[in-house]
Design a binder for this molecule. Structure first.
Ligand code: BGP
Length: 470
């Protein structure tokens, strides 16, 4: 009989996560084409410049210069005993326009060198194929994922990188936080809605194309790299009813289902029945081609990767927002709040891990969890980020409780092990890292890296496989 798991598994993948567009910089170097992340000057929820304005500062153009400094940075990750490191491949480094017939060799070689460096350091690459980085040409020439042609362009890109990095990359993710198509379709899928467009129709149809692309990428990955695992990725910070009023409870469930629908399609292999009511009530008609539903059913994700930062609450009838941290509604009076309004809830993390495992019964991978805060240097230039240590310790404890609850968790990649550009605001001021980077919101600084107190602490957490939380 199966015994209760009481510790982190020996092969638990401890590490950290970044995204190419938030760290690499070199936004047009070595043959890379323009991608949408370069057009956001204040994060993916604010203004988007289709044409780069020479008089505007765009934080992702240089970011933290990970493109040139990745060896130094990866050696710092190894110093923290990382088992895995998540980053994304910039699609437009491989296919500069997205629809090119042949790939850009300099881009392919760059990531091959990076993954080889990780493996040399004993770190497994965990690679996101599309992390808010749609090639701009695909947006301008095809309307991005509105157009079913993007499925083939995406699969051409997948086939190229699966083949090139076969044996090197064993963990893949398709679309970062694909359920952000609901609230940030620009950043999440290059869908910049036009005045006269029926927003929900466009978003659900584009999402359908992405679901088909996701399923066919799963099929390709299993064919080309049978030893690799490929997951889907959702933003799943949670939301509670604000009161026990039945209307609060039911509408909160409906809101949560708006996100879980994406997991349902990519993990259960079909649209949930409640989707048909949503489409009916919102005047949406999904155009599916012959065979689409069979594809969705046949090629489902090997695991569920997801981000968890915080929780929020919902009151019936109240407006509901969302940002890079997830859904956001009425503040919870029982929880501490960060300067960016994110509420800290480790119990909610255990709750969410149980919720997702109950629903999907496949392995989970926490590919984003972290604390964005204002870090200050003391007179000796040290950063005493006890608040970050506390946040992570509480969330690691919650994860261990979930494991005891029977939840199967593959690993934990802390979001932002090194300070990088915030996706939601474009700031450097919102720092997540164990490693401080000398760069401010306006691009001033030396780019020098500096270990924070949490750097040494996290190294011990990993070395003790989650036992030594200090
Ligand atoms: C998620 C993104 C990441 C990361 C994270 C933190 O939405 O997948 O790219 O940015 O949010 O959000 P922020 O950078 O806005 O603090």
């Amino acid at each position: 009989m199966k015994k209760m798991q009481t510790e982190f598994p020996d092969n638990f993948l401890w590490g950290g996560a970044i995204a190419a567009n938030q760290a690499e910089g070199a936004y047009l170097e070595d043959g890379k084409g323009l991608d949408i992340s370069a057009g956001f000057s204040h994060g993916i929820k604010q203004d988007y410049d289709e044409v780069i304005n020479p008089n505007t500062y765009y934080p992702t153009h240089e970011a933290i210069d990970f493109y040139h400094r990745y060896k130094e940075d990866l050696s710092l990750m190894a110093e923290m005993n990382f088992k895995v490191f998540r980053t994304s491949i910039h699609w437009s480094r491989i296919y500069p326009n997205g629809d090119d017939d042949t790939p850009n060799e300099a881009g392919l070689q760059y990531y091959e060198d990076m993954f080889d460096e990780m493996l040399r350091l004993g770190i497994e690459p965990l690679v996101t194929l599309s992390h808010y980085e749609t090639p701009t040409h695909l947006v301008n020439a095809y309307g991005s994922w509105r157009n079913r042609k993007l499925i083939d362009f995406f699969l051409r890109y997948c086939k190229t990188v699966f083949t090139r990095y076969k044996g090197k990359v064993k963990y893949w993710l398709t679309f970062n936080e694909i359920n952000n198509m609901r609230r940030m379709p620009g950043g999440a899928g290059g869908i910049f809605l036009k005045e006269d467009e029926h927003a929900q129709q466009v978003i659900f149809q584009a999402s359908h194309h992405m679901f088909v692309a996701n399923a066919l990428a799963v099929k390709l990955c299993h064919q080309i790299c049978p030893d690799a695992k490929i997951g889907c990725m959702l933003s799943l910070s949670n939301v509670y009813p604000h009161t026990c009023k039945p209307e609060d409870v039911f509408e909160t469930m409906e809101l949560r289902r708006r996100s879980l629908m994406f997991g349902d399609v990519m993990i259960r292999g079909k649209y949930p029945t409640y989707a048909y009511r949503i489409w009916d009530e919102e005047g949406v008609e999904i155009h599916m081609e012959q065979g689409d539903e069979e594809i969705l059913q046949a090629y489902t994700a090997d695991y569920l990767g997801f981000s968890y930062y915080r929780t929020s609450t919902h009151e019936y009838g109240q407006p509901f927002y969302g940002d890079t941290g997830g859904d956001q509604g009425t503040p919870n009076p029982y929880l501490e709040t960060t300067p960016w309004g994110w509420q800290i809830d480790p119990v909610g993390f255990r709750y969410t891990l149980n919720e997702l495992y109950d629903r999907y019964q496949i392995p989970l991978f926490v590919v984003e969890n972290g604390l964005g805060q204002i870090d200050e240097l003391d007179e000796n230039g040290n950063i005493h980020d006890d608040y970050r240590i506390q946040y992570i310790a509480d969330h690691v404890k919650a994860m261990k409780e979930a494991i005891k609850d029977g939840v199967e968790i593959m690993g934990y990649t802390y979001w932002g092990p090194i300070d990088i550009v915030s996706a939601g605001t474009g700031e450097m001021k919102k720092r997540y890292g164990f490693i401080y980077v000398d760069r401010d919101n306006e691009g001033h600084g030396t780019m020098e890296r500096r270990r924070k107190d949490s750097f040494y602490w996290y190294a011990q957490v990993i070395k003790s496989n989650g036992e030594n939380l200090g």
